[in-house]
Design a protein. Sequence first.
Length: 262
Amino acid sequence: MLRLALTIATALAVATTSANAASVYRVRPGDTLTQIARTHGTSVAQLERLNGIAPGSVLFADTTLKLPSHEQKLRSYVVQAGDTLTTLAERFHSTASAIANASEMKITQFLLIGATVEIPTTDATSRDAATTLTTNVRDSITRWSNHYGVDPHLATALAWMESGFNNQLVSSAGAVGVMQITSVTWDYVEQVLLLGRAVSHNPDGNVRIGVAFLHHLLHLYGGNERRALAAYYQGPRSLQANGLLPETRQYVADILALKSRF
């Protein structure tokens, strides 16, 4: 999603690292949170989450920002005919959500030929760790899909579309984790669908909440996957009042296309 840059007042830039601690950055004149995120291969949402910054906040002089421990580098890429976020993610061993975040665009947004997008890149160690995390997330999705009677291919495609299996992702609307769950949805699933049962706030718990909610929506719409996915993205009330919004149609189409690939 396009993000408004935060104006930053002053100061100097220093980055220090240690084996187990995050890097830090002191802002300099003219910096914006968007520019800092791009320079250090992360996202505005991740910087906000790591530093406890509310969206729209102003950072003051000499503010020190924590940076993710495993920094990613960004490479600029000029969009060619036929490119999509998904195909670029596969080509460059990234995720659609990571590219969208780095490029400050919606994950459902069309890529214009000639436009420039930012591709996050990582070293071999980080890629190996990401592969392990991805395997664990996919195992979790399969397990909870079987538990709730949801097509695991559909749930996996939804998770990939929402976050690229990244449980650290936080949207500008406050949705978190693999399945991009808002606090309202989390509470609803716990209190209503799970009859008051608390779910741990970890990757497996995030997957459980998302799959349980997807199961609920599929039941609500008589097994209609298109409407269930539309409600997951747009919200049931908005869907009923406004029908499918254009970006919702694209979102649903992308997930159903991805479904056959998982």
